[in-house]
Design a protein around this ligand. Structure first.
Ligand code: HEC
Length: 192
């Protein structure tokens, strides 16, 4: 997976620069310069440490993040076959084809249901803890800016609930009852 932190660097740089300029102006114009300068520094230090996506609304940013984050590849049935053309109303309803590996068999969750059942904080915590099974790329998403995580959540929630829950994960020693994709390296057949 590619990195998830789509950025609006130009935007965040210029706003930090604006704040610094504003702080300098304040220092020139008012008495008590030392105190005001230290307040200015604190404001600059509080600038967001990591980049995040800015959209017209959190939902718009969230749609963009879901798209470039590749979430549809696993969580939206038929995404590949549609050439990425499925309407948003069809997105993220989960899959009943398993991913089987040393972790057992996992299923890409129905996020249209997850987003309705989880609160915003629980959603963010889940990504921070990155505690789920592969092949969900938890480790790639662990440093996503909180605003990006919330934006994705709000977008999915705005789509409303749709579909049925994905099957429960199956432990490694059990045979799954659904079709599955085997995710372990295969040896090439020996050549004659
Ligand atoms: C390579 C496939 C893949 C991709 C890409 C992927 N996921 Fe997943 N996702 C999964 C699988 C499989 C699970 C189930 C993991 C488990 O059983 O622990 C899952 C689980 C989740 C869960 C947990 C849901 C719940 O209710 O427990 C969330 C939330 C989630 N994915 C969100 C996302 C988002 C948002 C993106 C894109 C930024 C994304 N996923 C991209 C495969 C993927």
């Amino acid at each position: 997976m590619v990195g998830m932190q789509s950025e609006t660097r130009a935007g965040s740089r210029s706003s930090a620069a604006d704040r610094a300029r504003a702080a300098r102006r304040t220092v020139q114009w008012l008495p008590g310069a030392a105190l005001l300068a230290s307040i200015g520094c604190a404001a600059v230090a509080r600038a967001p440490a990591s980049p995040h996506v800015a959209g017209g609304s959190p939902e718009e940013a969230g749609r963009y993040l879901i798209l470039v984050g590749g979430c549809n590849d696993c969580h939206t049935p038929g995404w590949d076959r549609s050439g990425g053309k499925l309407p948003t109303s069809e997105w993220l309803t989960g899959s009943d084809v398993g991913y089987r590996g040393p972790w057992g068999t996992s299923y890409a969750a129905n996020l249209r249901i997850s987003a309705q059942n989880l609160g915003e904080e629980a959603w963010v915590r889940m990504f921070r803890e990155a505690a789920g099974r592969p092949p969900m790329p938890w480790l790639n998403y662990v440093t996503l800016h909180e605003r990006d995580l919330v934006a994705m959540y709000r977008f999915i929630r705005s789509l409303g609930e749709k579909g049925v829950p994905a099957p429960r994960a199956v432990p490694p020693e059990e045979e799954p009852a659904t079709p599955y994709i085997l995710m372990v390296p295969q040896q090439p057949k020996s050549r004659p």
